[in-house]
Design a protein around this ligand. Structure first.
Ligand code: PEP
Ligand code: MG
Length: 569
């Protein structure tokens, strides 16, 4: 029995069969030196892999829904690429000239071709680079049996990856996916957040899982402790703990208020990423949806969503929540959430680049379509709009103007809509936290996104496991920025939500109450635990803890204080 330790990223425990998958984001192709006498064999391997890949694409063409004409066209274009004689010639030449293995020759030639397309001034040609990558990965999967194609997951798969893009996770058959183990990534990466939204246990940041686990091995993923157990005996050992842990009875807490012993009431809401999740959040006692990450609607499809498509999705969430409030965040793409229909160019620094509100302000067509859909779905309901990655008040003012224009467009079309919708700003950039008093003047509420606030304040990429140890929400700088934001908002008479992962962290619950936070928004499964902590403490005790934390100078001191005072049930 082998035991590996990583970062717990999505809670729960599951067991299944390992499937090594080479994510499209990080290809790891080895360069082998092939003696002259064996170059012909490599050529034959390549030709066989191309034939197999062609058959797969052909089958996809035949299976694709005729009403979804685009997907058939995409597969037909892939077939043309894969059968292109010039492409084959280049790869054969590369194998012989460089004495290279077929995988390497394919990778090199495709990368060159994709690069030429990527720098083309023609958007159509630039988009074709993604098709080249797709076709290349399909052939690579045929060449190298170690890499299973994710579309063909077996029952009870535990996916072992270096890294996984959110769009790849969305494309997987989640009925068969039982767990995710990744060498890269951090607990607040979007893939971790999505895995958790889908209730798929995940452990990330393991560094060596791809080397230590083989496809077909039995694996247990413990997303609470960060342990990954490999080997046949792992099962018995863990079957017992699964049963024990899942017996926790949180149902009795569901209808009780999130209120301290001395009567201080806060709200506990859920974060969701897709409309279907909304139906499940109430069973955990969610008092609303505090963050609907709307971009996941767009990442799930290659097609551009119409106003009507979006209206239906928002309505589904709003209806599922009944009278409870719903906060819809406008599209927050960029960084690790690439929306290919808008973002055509690769950026050197995507996390500091064209993302979130910046894209929406530059693309009013896209932005106003979404806002109209929200405004219409919100008619007669309690819905809020939230703008991501606000870094200055100018952006907020401009975004609000678009909301007014969208309202006017609804009026002209005589469509019912929410005239008095509340508008909030996310506080995710240090500049926003420092100027929270200014933003508060133009906002109906503020929502602190600690995942990004940590990333940008501490200069640490939230998806990079090498610097993950620095991503510390208990850093005194973060605590001070949170307090500053809350005080500024209260001074302006508005409320503050915290919707980063910190909201669901049991160690932070008392501290956040003591910092005077109004609303916690988290993955729904964490709500019972946080509620229990809140119900067993007093506001006075929490204020005392917050005071001590605010005068601490190191992360260690803060952690020691919150752990001592966390009062975990
Ligand atoms: C955050 O940054 O804390 C947040 C809630 O937004 P996201 O995790 O989607 O970037
Ligand atoms: Mg964010």
């Amino acid at each position: 029995m082998k035991r590996l330790s990583g970062i717990p990223a999505s809670s729960g425990i599951s067991a299944g069969i390992a499937c090594l998958y080479q994510s499209k984001s990080v290809p790891e192709i080895s360069r082998l030196h092939i003696p002259e006498s064996q170059c012909e064999c490599e050529e034959l391997r390549f030709t066989a892999a191309v034939s197999e890949a062609s058959r797969e694409i052909q089958a996809l063409c035949e299976q694709s829904d005729p009403s979804a004409g685009d997907s058939t066209a995409i597969f037909q274009a892939h077939l043309m690429m894969i059968e292109d004689p010039e492409f084959h010639r280049q790869i054969r030449n590369h194998i012989h000239r460089e004495h290279a293995n077929a995988e390497w020759a394919l990778w090199e030639c495709s990368a060159e071709l994709a690069h030429k397309l990527e720098i083309s001034p023609e958007p159509y040609l630039r988009e074709r680079a993604a098709d080249i990558n797709d076709v290349t990965h399909r052939i690579l999967n045929c060449l190298s049996p170690a890499y299973a194609a994710p579309e063909h997951l077996e029952e009870n798969t535990i996916l072992i990856v270096h890294d996984l893009l959110p769009s790849e996770l969305l494309a997987l058959d989640r009925t068969k996916l039982k767990g995710i183990v990744s060498d890269a990534g951090g607990a607040t990466s979007h893939t971790a957040i999505l895995a958790s939204a889908f209730g798929i246990p995940a452990v990330v940041g393991l560094h060596t899982a791809m080397q230590e686990i083989n496809s077909g091995e039995l694996v247990v993923v413990d997303g609470d402790s960060g342990q990954v157990i490999v080997g046949a005996d792992a099962f018995d050992h863990y079957r017992t703990s699964i049963l024990k842990r899942h017996k926790e009875d949180w149902e009795s807490l569901r209808d009780l208020p999130a209120q301290t012993l001395d009567g201080h009431r806060v709200l506990l809401k859920a974060n969701i990423g897709n409309p279907a999740e909304a139906e499940h959040v109430l069973q955990y006692g969610a008092e609303g949806v505090g963050l609907f990450r709307s971009e996941f609607l767009f990442l799930r499809t290659e097609h551009r969503l119409t106003e009507e498509d979006q209206y239906r999705d928002y309505r589904q969430v709003i209806d599922a929540l009944g009278e409870r409030p719903v906060t819809i965040r406008t599209i927050d793409c960029g960084g690790d959430k690439i929306l290919h229909s808008i973002q055509l160019d690769d950026e050197k620094n995507p996390l500091l680049g064209w993302r979130a509100i910046r894209i929406m302000l530059a693309r009013p067509d896209f932005f106003k379509t979404q806002i109209r859909a929200i405004l219409r779905a919100a008619a007669g309901k309690t819905v809020e709009i939230l703008f991501p990655l606000i870094s200055g008040v100018e952006e907020l003012i401009q975004a609000r103007e678009f909301v007014e224009e969208a309202k006017q467009e609804c009026r002209e079309k005589k469509l019912p809509f929410a005239e008095n919708i509340s508008i909030g700003s996310m506080i995710e950039v240090p500049a926003a936290a420092v100027t929270a008093d200014i933003l508060a003047e133009y906002s109906d509420f503020l929502s602190i996104g600690t995942n990004d606030l940590v990333q940008y304040t501490l200069a640490v990429d939230r998806n990079n496991e090498k610097v993950n140890y620095l991503a510390q929400p208990f850093h005194p700088a973060i605590i001070r920025l949170i307090k500053r934001t809350i005080d500024a908002a209260h001074h302006a008479g508005i409320k503050v939500t915290l919707c980063g992962e910190l909201a669901g962290n049991p160690s932070a619950a008392k501290l956040l109450i003591g910092l005077d936070l109004d609303v916690f928004s988290m993955r729904a499964q964490s709500i019972p635990t946080i509620k229990q902590i809140i119900r067993q403490t007093t506001l006075e005790e929490c204020h005392h803890l917050a005071k001590q934390v605010l005068s601490s100078t190191t992360i260690q001191q803060v952690i020691a204080l919150v752990e001592a005072g966390a009062g975990k049930p």
